[in-house]
Design a protein around this ligand. Structure first.
Ligand code: ADP
Length: 800
């Protein structure tokens, strides 16, 4: 055997001949270059007959015309695939599928392969399949139509079902709506109940006897002052919620109810956690089962605190009104206008002085009681009130059966019907006779006061709280020169723009109730100069006791004040000159003593040494000198004493005036015995004095009593008596006495009533006495008549 390989062309030819399909190759000129056995067989030629043959001769004219476009396309490089029904050389129609595959070498199509596959069986099988599919599709269509029908029937059933469902749902919805409405209604009723409980403060509760469980409404928590929504305490736990007494009564009532099955109603005091006590009304009922056994107790608790308080307040108000009307003797009346029936309470009868037995039951009867002068106006007032034109508030007089006239005041209220007609008139009457009389008196007083103020002989102004003038006396107008414009109605500060601030402050205090004033107050005037005023400001009160303004009383004391100031300055001047004079008198008398002593001494010596050696005339002259000298010494001594009273003062001390008298008497011992005088000294007091000056005083008065004695032996009586503020001393003699016209003069310095030849003296003695007494703040004077002795009095203030 020879070996064969794939590269052996004969092997390839043999292989290709075995392929059932036809394989051929045609060149560009459409000449056959190869055909396998099947191809050759198809055309029924020999291989030699086909090779190099043109395709047209091989496949015949008809097929060529059919296939030529495909051949051209393949030679253009486009592969072709198509099917043909061909009648083979044996006259059998076959279906073949042909492929033209271009043979491209170096980018040139040099020919094309023809591959022809016999697909007759395939196509026949395909056709059979298609027929079977058509049958199937027909069957499917039939089934589908059936299904559609069934489906439609089903849908109809479903629609009916849905309809039924809808109707059902509508019915359910309707029922649900009804239920919701019912529920809503129930809730409304429940909230109304809660609101009702809240408004009326009624809490409700129930208590199951079997379980002991307690239920409370919200309001009940509020009544107890507990947090709402809590757990209601069981009965034993409620002990602290009531006052002990209330708790005991509640328990007793509950027990009785459980036993008897009857309800209860109690007033109980509840204690809130805050400690507040509330008054409540508790009601309870029991529920029994068929066997008559109580299984539940329920009830309410109402907070009636406000009600209780209001009731109490109302009772008190009624009592107060009753007390008030009875206290002011106010009568109450009630008139049914249409029926003309008048009701009077007892106070009305008392007011009109009528007996309630003789009842006043109509308007006419009341009218009869009116004072004839007031009848018309009172009646008009009633008619106006009935017509709704005005309120009834009027005053009128009535005449008592006794004839007494009373002033009545009445107020009333009218009730009108829908059509405006008066139905009823209710009012009160009270007696204001006293007020009216007081008013009249007050008015009279006011007029009087006004007159008084205007004509008072003093400067008076009455101002209101704003310090505007209400009244001013004529004197005020004149004193302050206000004649050109009337001050009434004007403000005090406008009338007197120059009023000092301190007075304004003063007025403010007076308006608060003070009384202020000043005995001397300078008022520097804007126009120049200063007015001196004595003034007083005091508040005046209104009838209700409040301060209505102020009253000013003033006195212009400018003249007095100026005089006083003048006097003061003059006095000061006088005192100063007096002091100077005293000083001068003292110095003069003191300094005179020395030369006087020399002159007197020389004269004495002259008299003594030359008494017998000179003639009578010389002796007489010498005697004159001696006498003059001694008189001069007395004068100087007296003057010294006088001036010393004011300038050489020792402080006053407690002095026994009796001792002072004794000392004076001792000093005058010789003169007293020479004159055979008798002296009587009474009880004398201790006084506040200068001892030396007091002795001097007594001595001067006693020596004068001796000096101015009469024909009989002198008798001197010295005494003192106590008066309210001072001691009154008296030195009384039985001497020659003094004519009353000289009573003053004798106390003046150097004033004498007698010549030196009749009675020696200097005229200083009594002046000195007065000076001493005045220095002790006392007074001295004399009582006498000529020839009947003289009594000298002086006073000394008592020690404080
Ligand atoms: P003198 O005695 O020195 O004259 P007085 O001042 O003591 O001065 O008295 C003044 C005058 O008062 C006396 O001159 C006398 O006329 C009169 N007189 C004083 N005391 C008496 C008296 N007791 N009786 C009458 N006359 C008196």
């Amino acid at each position: 055997m020879s070996s064969v390989g794939s590269d052996d062309p004969r092997f390839v030819h043999r292989l290709l001949d075995k392929v059932p399909g036809m394989i051929g190759y045609w060149d560009r000129e459409l000449r056959n270059r190869y055909a396998n056995a099947a191809y050759i067989d198809w055309f029924g030629v020999t291989p030699d007959r086909i090779r190099g043959q043109h395709i047209r001769q091989v496949i015949g004219e008809h097929l060529f015309a059919l296939n030529e476009p495909g051949m051209r396309a393949a030679l253009a490089g486009v592969p072709q695939l198509f099917e043909r029904e061909i009648v083979d050389p044996r006259g059998v129609t076959r279906r073949s599928q042909a492929r033209y595959i271009p043979d491209v070498r170096e980018e040139q199509v040099v020919g094309f392969f023809v591959l022809v596959t016999d697909v007759t069986d395939l196509r026949n099988a395909q056709d059979g399949l298609e027929a079977a599919q058509a049958v199937l599709e027909h069957q499917v269509a039939e089934r589908t139509a059936e299904l559609v029908r069934t489906n439609a029937a089903l849908r109809e059933t479903q629609r009916r079902l849905e309809l039924a469902n809808e109707q059902l749902e509508a019915r359910v919805a309707a029922r649900t709506g009804e239920l919701t409405a019912l529920n809503h209604k129930l809730n409304t009723v429940l909230s109304q109940l809660a609101a009702a409980q809240r408004i009326t403060h009624v809490g409700s509760w129930s208590f199951s006897t079997s379980s002991g469980e307690v239920e409370w409404s919200e309001e009940l928590f509020r009544v107890f002052g507990l947090a709402e929504g809590g757990v209601a305490p069981r009965l034993p736990e409620q002990v602290g919620l009531y006052l002990p007494d209330s708790w005991a009564r509640l328990n007793a009532a509950l027990e009785l109810s459980l036993r008897t099955g009857d309800g209860y109603e109690l007033e109980l005091d509840v204690v809130r956690p805050s400690g507040e006590i509330r008054r409540t009304v508790a009601r309870g009922e029991v529920l029994k089962d068929d066997q008559g056994v109580v299984f539940e107790v329920f009830g309410t608790l109402q907070d009636v605190s406000e009600l209780a308080q209001a009731r109490q307040a109302r009772d008190e108000a009624a009592e107060r009104a009753r007390l008030a009307t009875s206290a002011v003797q106010m009568g109450v009346w009630d008139w049914d206008v249409r029926a003309n029936r008048l009701f009077w309470d007892s106070a009305m009868y008392a007011l009109y002085g009528l007996d309630s037995a003789t009842s006043v039951n109509e308007f006419e009867a009341w009218r009869a009681s009116l004072h004839p002068d007031d009848r018309a106006s009172a009646e008009a007032a009633v008619n106006a009130a009935l017509a709704g034109q005005s309120k009834f508030d009027t005053a009128f007089r009535i005449v008592h059966p006794s004839g007494a006239v009373r002033f009545i005041r009445g107020t009333a209220r009218v009730q009108h019907g829908a059509d405006g007609t008066a139905l009823r008139m209710i009012g009160v009457n009270w007696d204001e006779t006293k007020q009216r009389q007081t008013e009249l008196r007050l008015r009279a007083n006011e007029t009087l006061l006004q007159q008084f103020v205007v004509h008072a002989p003093a400067a008076i102004a009455m101002l209101d709280r704003n310090l505007c003038y209400l009244q001013a006396s004529n004197r005020w107008i004149r004193d302050f020169k206000l004649t050109t414009e009337d001050p009434i109605g004007r403000c005090h500060y406008d009338v007197f723009p120059d009023i000092p601030e301190r007075w304004k402050r003063s007025y403010e205090r007076v308006l608060l109730g003070a009384v202020e004033g000043c005995a001397e107050d300078p008022f520097p005037r804007a126009a120049g100069g200063t007015e001196w005023l004595q003034w007083e400001a005091r508040p005046w009160l209104q009838s209700d006791g409040s301060i209505g303004g102020l009253l000013l009383f003033t006195q212009v004391i400018t003249d007095q004040k100026e005089l006083e100031l003048l006097l003061i300055s003059q006095k000061a001047e006088l005192e100063r000159s007096n002091r100077d004079l005293e000083q001068f008198a003292y110095v003069a008398s003191h300094d005179l003593q020395e030369p006087l002593r020399a002159v007197a001494g020389c004269a004495q010596l002259l008299k003594h040494n030359y008494a017998t050696q000179l003639d009578n005339e010389a002796d007489e002259l010498i005697a004159h000198i001696v006498d003059g000298g001694s008189r001069m010494r007395t004068l100087i001594d007296d003057l010294l004493k006088y001036s010393r009273v004011g300038s050489h003062v020792t402080p006053l001390g407690s002095v026994n005036s009796g001792t002072a008298v004794q000392n004076a008497l001792a000093n005058l011992n010789v003169a007293l015995s020479e004159a055979s005088a008798t002296v009587h000294v009474g009880d004398l007091p201790i006084v506040s004095a200068d001892a030396v000056q007091l002795t001097q005083l007594f001595q001067n008065l006693i020596s004068n009593a001796l000096k101015y004695r009469g024909s009989s032996a002198p008798h001197i009586d010295i005494s003192a008596r106590s008066r309210e503020d001072d001691w009154l001393f008296s030195v009384k003699d039985n001497g020659i006495g003094i004519q009353p016209e000289y009573f003053e003069r004798i106390f003046v310095l150097f004033q004498r009533l007698h010549s030196r030849t009749d009675y020696p003296g200097t005229g200083i003695g009594l002046a000195l006495c007065r000076r001493i007494v005045e220095r002790h703040a006392g007074k001295i004077w004399v009582e006498s008549s000529l020839g009947h002795g003289a009594e000298f009095f002086f006073s000394l203030p008592k020690q404080s």
